[in-house]
Each structure stands twice: as C-alpha cells, then as structure tokens.
Design a protein around this ligand. Structure first.
Ligand code: ARG
Length: 483
C-alpha cells in the first residue's frame, strides 16, 4: 500500500497537522525545540499505544474503520512498541519536529500503514489522548510504589524485631520526656508510611475516569462509543464532561501531593536518625556503606544518604508547588502550559523512588546501641509522669500528684540526686504531705513505678509506646507482611 503523504512543502514544515497556517512552527529551530516535549514524554509510549489500541478497536466496533484497517493499526502499533522497547531513546521515530510522543508514534504508524494509520486519530485530540496517557502512567507508577513500600516496611519490621525491645528515652521539644521502647518509635514511622501507602492507593478512587473520547474540548459528532473504549482500559468509566476531562490535571496534582507526603515522612525520619547518629546521642549506628568520609577530616562518618533524603524532599515539594501554580491561572479548556505537568510528575516520582530504595537499605543495616542508650537512661527523670500516675492510683488528684513530683524533681536537682528512685520512701511521703495529699500515701510499691525499665512495662493504653503497645503493633505488622 502506498501511504497518502502530506505534501512535504506544506507550510507546516514537517508538522503534518499544520496546514492552516502561512508558516510552520517547525521552520524556526528554536521554536521547534521550545515547544517539543520529547525530552520527557517518551516515557508515556506504552500508555499512549495502549490508548491508541483501545481507540482503534472502538473505531472498528462503531464501523468508522474496517476490520482490515484495525488489523494494520494493531500490527503497526505492536511493531512500534517493540521497536521502542529495543531502541529506547534511540528510536529513529523520535523526531523533534513532531513535538511529542503522540505525534511521533502516529507518524511512524502512518509510515507503516498509510491510510489505516491516518484514520487512527478519528474523533480524538492530543488533548484527551495525553490526559488518558498520564492517568494510565500514574496508575502504573502507583503500582510500582506499592512494591517499594513493601520493601521499606519489611526493613522497619525486621529492625523492630531485632532491636525493638531496647528501652530508650522519648523526646518532646527534643527534651527528654518518657521512656519508650525503640520498636514503638519504629512503628511510628511505619504508621506514617502506611498512611502514605494508602494515600497512593486511594489516588485511583478519586481519579478513576477515562478522558478518551472527549476530543479537543467538546467531544465529537462521530458515533464514538466511549464505554467500549473504557471497557478495554483500566481507567474507569468515561469522564462526564469533555471540557473538564481535557482541561484538568487534578490527578497529577494529587499524585504529586501523595509523593510529597512520602518525601515529608522520609525526610522527618532521616532528620531523626541524623540526630541519633551524632556522637552526642549515639543511639543509632549506620552501616558504613551509608555514610561518607570527609575530604579533609580523616575521622568522619557523615550520614550523607540520610541528609540527601531530607534534602531531596525539597525537590518533591517544588514539583507539587510547580503543578499547583501551573494550574491556578489557566482558563478552562486545554492550554499548552499543561504539557509541563509531566516534567514535574515524573521527577517527583523518580526522586521518591530513589529515596524509598535508599531508606530501605539504611534501615535494613542500622543498629540501635543498647549500651550507649542505657548508659544515660537515668538522666532526665523519665519516670516522673509514671510517679504522678502512681499517686493517682493512691487517690491523689492528678494535679496534686503533678505538683508533688515536680517538687521531688526540684529536690533531686538541688541535692544532686540523679534518680527519683534514690529518694527514700520517707522523702516521697513528706512531699505528699507538704502538698496536702495526706500522710503515708505511699508504700514501697512506689518503687515499681520508677526506673525506665519498669515504666515501659506499665503502659496499658491501646497504642502505647511501651512493651505491650509495641508487641501488639509488631505482631500486626508481622502478620500483615507474612513474616
Ligand atoms: N504534548 C502535549 C501535552 O503534553 C499534547 C497535547 C497538545 N495539544 C495541543 N492541542 N497542542 O500536553
């Protein structure tokens, strides 16, 4: 078959769709370079071809093309698919004057099939085409992220199984607060990451509508069967409004927000461990593979990988803000500004993937230093709240108990006594009496409420950061991961 070719001398200067103009945008190399998106949108080729196949089958179904034409289109697209699989960026069909992934693939199809290929774009615009491609891509990307979440979850759960029962201080305002077990803090990161995972999974429920068949803005006068197209794609039922379907990028913004939330939580965890890995804390030792040396100071083991996880969060936020800003001033209907959405969606995804992979390895190889943590566990009166709660069990109003323990802490500080449990029972009871709580409120059982190791065994509330709360959460995670 000899394909019907566009006249090469047409004013489109290489762009087979620019016939209405006196001059072609391809005629100025700078303009051609400026307007193209092949630098980033070629990674949509699988989704673009999937959308084209669904569209072509629908066109045959409603008899806008023949069965033979459909066969040619299917074979042509299959060949193009495997050509791009093999050649990647070097595929000769990537021609800058064709602007984007959509036109390059269509042009290659027309080269292979002639008029059959020239019918593929019937009732379709790049505007609904790219809206679909991006949704399909986001769906795939969300699937890839689920595997990364799994790897990261496993790493945290295994570390919790190993080092999770070590007693450590918790911090509010970065000041010593109450004793906890290491595992409960690891479970805290898992909680945040679990929400991040569910946020990614939920992207589908909000954005699961298929824009294909919306055309450029107004739909089509041809008898397209949008349900037929939708039935072939994992993109949901047809979008209800052709203008919104081609003009909105909510799915891209939602995706970038979901990426930002992963990045935010990883950044926060990275910051925590950077602090824990300092000489001053010494709570965590990072594997040598995940620290770097200094070009000048020979002794250094710097947590650069964690710092970069923290730092790259800024890139992901930037992509989200860029997308929000991109959309905020656009009149309804497609505008070329929207081409830029993919740049940000892809970059946010790539950065988050890298950070998740890196985080999983850092967690899998890290160690909490029990001796080091224990050596200073008696500092900071971590058991003060536990003593106040013990007083509640002896009938003392909490506010009075709080006052009594505050006075006892002050006394320790004044007298150079390091721990509340070093105070004699008499001194404890004197403080109760001084606060008007009565005589001999306490007996020797009070000492069971003191000392960090005792305290982590005494928390009873659901989700507590001590032994019972940790073991319950660990079991839940282990059975979830099948560990
Ligand atoms: N490359 C474009 C994009 O990514 C495709 C849509 C172009 N549509 C148009 N009418 N110029 O958004």
């Amino acid at each position: 078959m000899s394909p019907t070719r566009a006249n090469d001398d047409s004013p489109g200067a290489g762009k087979p769709w620019e016939h209405a103009k006196a001059g072609g945008s391809g005629a100025d190399a700078l303009a051609a370079q400026f307007v193209q998106s092949l630098d980033f949108d070629t990674r949509l080729y699988r989704h673009d071809i999937a959308g084209s196949l669904a569209h072509a089958r629908m066109l045959a179904h409603v008899k806008l093309i023949t069965g033979d034409e459909l066969n040619q289109i299917e074979q042509g697209l299959a060949t193009i698919h495997s050509e791009i699989d093999d050649a990647g960026d070097d595929w000769p069909g990537w021609r800058i004057e064709l602007e984007d992934v959509h036109m390059c693939i269509e042009a290659a199809l027309i080269e292979k099939t002639g008029d059959a290929g020239r019918k593929l774009h019937t009732g379709r615009s790049r505007n609904d085409q790219v809206a679909l491609d991006l949704k399909l891509w986001i769906h795939d990307a969300a699937g890839q992220l689920q595997e990364k979440f799994d790897t990261l979850f496993h790493a945290f759960v295994e570390l919790a199984g190993r080092d999770g029962r070590i007693v450590m201080p918790s911090y509010t305002h970065l000041q010593r607060a109450q004793p906890i077990v290491v595992g409960s803090e690891l479970m805290a990161w898992l909680c945040a990451l679990d929400r991040a995972q569910r946020r990614v999974a939920a992207l589908r429920t909000v954005n699961q509508r298929n824009p294909l068949g919306s055309g450029a803005i107004a739909g089509s006068s041809l008898p397209l069967d949008r349900d037929h197209t939708s039935g072939q794609l994992d993109a949901g039922s047809p979008t209800p409004n052709s203008i919104d379907a081609t003009a909105s990028r909510d799915a891209a913004v939602d995706f970038a927000f979901a990426m930002s939330m992963i990045a935010m939580n990883l950044s926060r965890w990275a910051e925590q461990w950077i602090v824990y890995a300092t000489q001053e804390f010494g709570f965590v030792t990072l594997d040598d593979r995940y620290t770097t040396g200094s070009s000048m100071m020979p002794q250094k083991r710097n947590p650069d990988m964690l710092e970069l996880i923290r730092g790259r969060c800024g890139d992901v936020y930037g992509r989200l803000v860029a997308l929000l800003t991109l959309c905020k001033g656009l009149p309804i209907g497609y505008n070329r500004d929207l081409q830029e959405d993919k740049r940000h969606v892809f970059a946010a995804f790539d950065t988050v993937c890298d950070c998740m992979d890196m985080a999983a390895r850092i967690v899998a190889t890290a160690r909490f230093n029990e001796e080091r943590i224990a050596s200073r566990l008696d500092e900071g009166f971590l058991d003060a709240t536990s003593l106040a709660e013990h007083l509640v069990t002896r009938g003392v109003p909490f506010r009075t108990g709080h006052q009594i323990v505050g006075a006892l802490v002050k006394r320790c500080l004044d007298d150079g006594v390091k721990r509340l449990c070093d105070l004699p029972l008499e001194a404890l009871n004197d403080a109760c009496e001084a606060a008007g709580a009565g005589r001999d409120v306490l007996d020797r059982a009070v000492y069971d409420s003191l000392g960090p190791a005792n305290v982590v065994g005494r928390y009873t509330t659901t989700g507590n950061a001590g032994q019972t709360g940790f073991e319950t959460q660990l079991e839940a995670w282990q059975s979830r991961l099948g560990a």
